[in-house]
Write a protein that binds this ligand. Structure first.
Ligand SMILES: [Zn+2]
Length: 320
């Protein structure tokens, strides 16, 4: 039988999703469990086990040749461990060896969720056809990943491109990561909402004080809401411009819940980018919303596994 599928796992703080994915990115089987995020490590692993058990009983499983995992970070790709901030029971948890055991010894590729989203956008989304791209997730946090020279660049630990924690405000507010003035501390959804509230914006009758509510107020012309999005856009632009200047990307793709705000984010973002991306070799940089949907994590985990699998095949072919 043709071994042409990969198993994908998308591990987040609220759900653990799994799928069997073909080499064109189509999802042929699915499984999902809620993440028992506040339980001990073995209980969380039990949920992963249940997702994999559903996949391994599929009649398609014998065609599976590798497993790709995209996990909330930090991850350590070289050690095969994960320590997701929002899953305290997992610290340096040996996820790769545990999954390999359940998957009958198949090769397992682990990347952070930002890197997985990047792989998905490069394979099927807005970064398709771009050899040098930064892809970002702007939601509760801010994550990202890089495509360099046409290849996914996860870095040794699988966290490269983590743009949320580069500082764009040297003496700015302390960030939970320990640094100051990080992109995430200014541009994440909760921080957009926090700043709007601090500056006098008030939620409507429904009491919704989320970034999505601030976005609706900004669309309606509320100046405080508009200003909070402009500040977020400025932080994102400074981070994107720094990345472009360092490694010469030609597109920045932005996904996640905050990206759904549309023009109230993207118009000031493109404007701010002109202020920060000034050198000749970064002036043609474009910004686009992500186009892979809710399956980006699964498709990206599959892409990471397919790429590393083909890379291994390449090495073997060269060795012959
Ligand atoms: Zn930080």
């Amino acid at each position: 039988m043709h071994m042409d599928l990969v198993a994908a796992l998308d591990i987040g703080g609220t759900k653990i999703a799994g799928a069997l994915v073909d080499d064109r990115g189509r999802i042929l089987a699915r499984a999902q469990q809620p993440t028992p995020a506040q339980e001990d490590g073995e209980t969380v692993m039990g949920a992963v086990d249940a997702v994999l058990a559903e996949l391994t009983v599929s009649e398609l499983w014998p065609r599976t040749r590798a497993v790709g995992i995209g996990s909330a970070g930090p991850v350590d790709r070289s050690a095969g461990t994960v320590s997701p901030v929002n899953v305290p029971g997992w610290r340096d948890f040996p996820l790769v060896s545990r999954v390999r055991e359940i998957a009958g010894g198949l090769p397992v590729e682990l990347v952070g969720d930002g890197v997985a989203m990047t792989a998905a956008e490069h394979w099927q989304g807005a970064a398709r056809g771009h050899d040098n791209a930064l892809c970002m997730v702007v939601s509760t946090g801010v994550g990202g990943g890089l495509i360099l020279g046409g290849q996914l660049h996860p870095g040794p630990t699988g966290n490269a491109g983590h743009i949320g924690h580069i500082s764009v405000d040297l003496d700015g507010d302390p960030c939970p990561c320990g640094a100051r003035g990080c992109v995430e501390r200014i541009a994440s959804g909760p921080n957009i909402a926090r700043r709007a509230l601090a500056d006098g914006w008030r939620p409507g009758a429904d009491g919704d004080a989320s970034a999505a509510a601030v976005a609706r107020a900004a669309h309606a012309g509320d100046p405080v809401a508009v200003a909070s999005f402009e500040r977020a856009a400025q932080a994102l632009a400074a981070g994107i411009a720094a990345t472009a200047t360092l490694v010469e990307i030609d597109i920045a793709v932005i996904g996640g819940g905050v990206a759904k705000s549309g023009d109230v984010l993207f118009v000031p973002l493109r404007r701010a980018l002109r202020d920060y991306a000034t050198l000749s070799f970064v002036q043609r940089l474009t910004v686009a919303p992500a186009s892979t949907g809710t399956d980006a994590g699964l498709v990206g985990a599959a892409a990471a596994a397919l790429r590393s699998d083909s890379a291994r095949g390449e090495v073997q072919r060269q060795a012959v």
